[in-house]
Every structure is written in C-alpha cells, then in structure tokens.
Ligand binder design. Structure first.
Ligand code: NAD
Length: 361
C-alpha cells in the first residue's frame, strides 16, 4: 500500500525493528515454502486453502478441526498427512511438527485470541482472521504472546494486498482527488438465524465486528490518517429473534485530523453490497464492488483523469496474495503490512464506536 512520506518513515523504522529480531530458524533457501496449519475448516478457510494452492511460497501442511472426517477429506485434497491433523484439544502437539511453520486462524472471533496465543507458544507464526479479537485486551495479549515467542503476527486484511485498492490509495496519495473531504461506505448482508455471528459470546458484537470493519479499515488506509473521534448509532429493525444478543445495524461517523470525515454503515438485516466513495476537493472515486472476494471496480472522475476499471482476477487470488505476503515476511524476517498493531487499532475504534452508540461490549 502506497503511504505518505511520514508513514513511509514510520514503516521503515518498523522494518528496521523487524530485522533486529532474531531469526526464527526457518530454512532461508529460495525453495522454502511456509507450511500453514489451518485452524477451523469453515467458509473462509476454504478460500484461503484454495488461494494457497496458487502461492509460490506457501503450502498447507496441517489442519485443526473438531470434525475428523471432514479434516481427513480436506487433508486428502491438499496432500496433508493424516498425522498432521489435530483436534482443538491436542493442537499444541504441533509444536514438534517441523512441517508446520505458521497457522491460519479461521475460527469465530472470540476464539482468535486463545488459538493465536496457543500457536505462538508452540513456536508458530500466526495469520489471524479479522476482526483480530473481541476485546482490546485480547488483541494486546495476542501481540504480547507473539512478541514473547518471537513469531510474526498478521491480521488477514486481504484488501491490503488487492491491486485495485492499492491503486485507489496511490491515486489519493498522488493527489488525483485533491484533498479528501468525505468518504461514504457500507457493507452488510442478511444473516441467517442461528449463525455464530449472531451470538455475542462468539462474535463479540454485531455487524460492525464482521463487515463494518471493512469500511472502518478502508477509511483509515484511504486517508492515511488515524481517527480522532467517532459518533455511533445502533438499531435493530427485525424483531424476529435473530438479534437477541447483537445489534442489527450500525451507522457511524469518523473524523480524521485533516478534517476529512467518513460516514459508514453496516447491517445484518439486508443485502448491502460493499462500496466506498471518496469525495475530494478536485474529484470523486468510487469502489463498487468494494469488499468482495473478486471483481473490484474502481471509477475515478477527476480533472485529467477518468477511470473505470475492474480487477479481473478471480477468487481466491486475494488469498494467494495474502499468503504470499505473510510467507515473505516469515521467510525474510519482515514485518507484515497488516500487523497485529493494525488489528488492535481497529479493535480500539470499534469499541469507541459502540461506546458512542451507548452500547457496552
Ligand atoms: P464459519 O462458520 O464458516 O467457520 C468457522 C469454523 O470454526 C468452522 O470450521 C467451525 O466448525 C469452527 N468452530 C470451532 N468452534 C466453533 C464454535 N464454537 N462455533 C462455531 N464454529 C466453530 O465462519 P467463517 O465465515 O469462515 O468465519 C471465520 C472467521 O473468518 C471469522 O473471524 C470471520 O470474521 C472471518 N472472515 C473473514 C473473511 C475475510 O474476507 N477476510 C470473510 C469471512 C469470514
């Protein structure tokens, strides 16, 4: 992601810091592939594993699942030996499995912290799904555990590695839109009854944790700034029993130090195709679809620049790029772009938005 000179300096300093970390003992040869153990074999894990198949520096070498039969089927598909299938209970034994360098945590949100920390303690690098955790404290503990074990931690913000989003950021940084004044964005879907996402204990909260986070995170990388204030409102329209523990809708506003504003919305009660619009002093940018697994379409209308282009790469290419990046970081001892600290920032902002809406998490 293209960043301002100030950010570049900060990241450079972080890169330096990363190089000062001791080597984690992986073979450094050009042929080395990072072996991933996938923890939780649900929807997103399937995208990730298919993405890894096309990666030049990553492979699937282990599985953790509560369903042995399913794990054996997946193992056969990806060439994972049955000796590298673990249950949630005995997962820690993978400490001695040399084929497993890293884990991909693809579990419900409230399980991210426990499985990240256990993996770090077993000496494995951690790629953890978003949202990083369900509380700020958990996110801090995850960062601390990975630091203590000297392993990398990356949060799976797949769009940080998606070329159309990267282009949008570069255009803004290069001044194509002038000053960013206002960003609007939304993302949501109609959640099925009984889904773990609707259970606060497993999800941490409602649609902001799951899908609103895309708009929140995008507003930060599009502006290149950190928010200085939020407003928030939550509501539940559908009294059909789905929203007993989490809210259905969230709308929030964010103010950035430059004065740029973002208004975001998310829902679990309607099909809300993900998009963002950036209104600059000189021009306008739209990304729609904005947060899908493929087909990002970027339109820009600015003086001297009219753009309408779509990324034709198909799912699971975003996951290939994500795995490529994390493996590069593991093999080259570099700091992941979407670090634990990046995930922690979003956790803090999510808590602030709910706080502004009068919701105690
Ligand atoms: P999912 O329900 O499809 O899969 C969850 C997996 O966790 C399943 O294999 C399930 O068996 C396992 N599991 C273990 N204990 C469980 C429990 N107590 N309750 C429910 N499931 C349990 O969910 P998903 O959509 O794959 O989401 C997993 C994580 O990935 C979430 O944190 C979610 O926010 C994130 N996610 C990220 C993206 C993305 O684009 N980056 C997209 C979807 C989901």
């Amino acid at each position: 992601m293209r960043v301002s000179r100030r950010e570049f300096g900060r990241l450079g300093a972080m890169g330096l810091a990363a190089r000062m970390l001791p080597s984690v003992g992986l073979a450094q040869g050009g042929e080395k592939k990072v072996g991933y153990c996938v923890i939780g074999l649900g929807t997103i894990a399937d995208h990730f594993m298919r993405g890894v198949l096309a990666s030049s520096n990553s492979k699937i070498t282990g599985l953790v699942s509560g369903h042995r039969d399913k794990a054996e089927r997946v193992a056969a598909q990806y060439g994972v030996p049955t000796s590298s299938i673990y249950s949630y209970e005995d997962m820690d034994k993978f400490r001695d499995n040399k084929a497993i360098d890293a884990v991909y945590v693809a579990l419900p949100n409230s399980m991210h912290a426990e499985y990240t920390i256990r993996s770090a303690k077993a000496g494995k690098h951690v790629l953890c799904e978003k949202p990083m955790s369900t509380t700020v404290k958990e996110a801090e503990d995850m960062i601390a555990a990975c630091k203590a074990a000297n392993v990398k931690l990356m949060i799976a913000y797949r769009l940080h590695y998606e070329p159309t989003h990267l282009k949008a950021v570069k255009l803004i940084r290069d001044g194509a839109l002038g000053r960013v004044e206002v960003i609007n964005g939304a993302f949501g879907f109609d959640a099925a009854p009984g889904a773990w996402r609707l259970n606060k204990t497993l999800a941490g909260g409602g649609s902001l944790f799951d899908v609103g986070i895309y708009v929140l995170n995008a507003s930060r990388y599009l502006t290149g700034e950190e928010p200085v204030g939020f407003t928030g409102t939550v509501s539940t329209v559908d009294q059909d029993g789905r929203f007993a523990t989490v809210e259905e809708n969230v709308t929030w506003t964010t103010k950035f130090p430059s004065g740029a504003l973002c208004a975001g919305s998310c829902t679990y009660g309607a099909q809300m195709p993900g998009y963002f619009k950036v209104f600059g002093s000189k021009g306008t940018m739209t990304m729609e679809p904005g947060f899908n697994y493929d087909g990002m379409r970027l339109r820009v209308n600015a003086p001297g620049l009219t753009l309408d282009e779509a990324n034709t790469e198909k799912d699971p290419m975003q996951f290939t790029r994500e795995a490529d990046h994390f493996s590069e970081c593991v093999l080259g001892n570099k700091r992941p772009k979407s670090s634990g600290e990046e995930g922690l920032r979003d956790m803090k902002y999510i808590v602030e938005i709910y706080g502004a809406a009068g919701v105690r998490l």
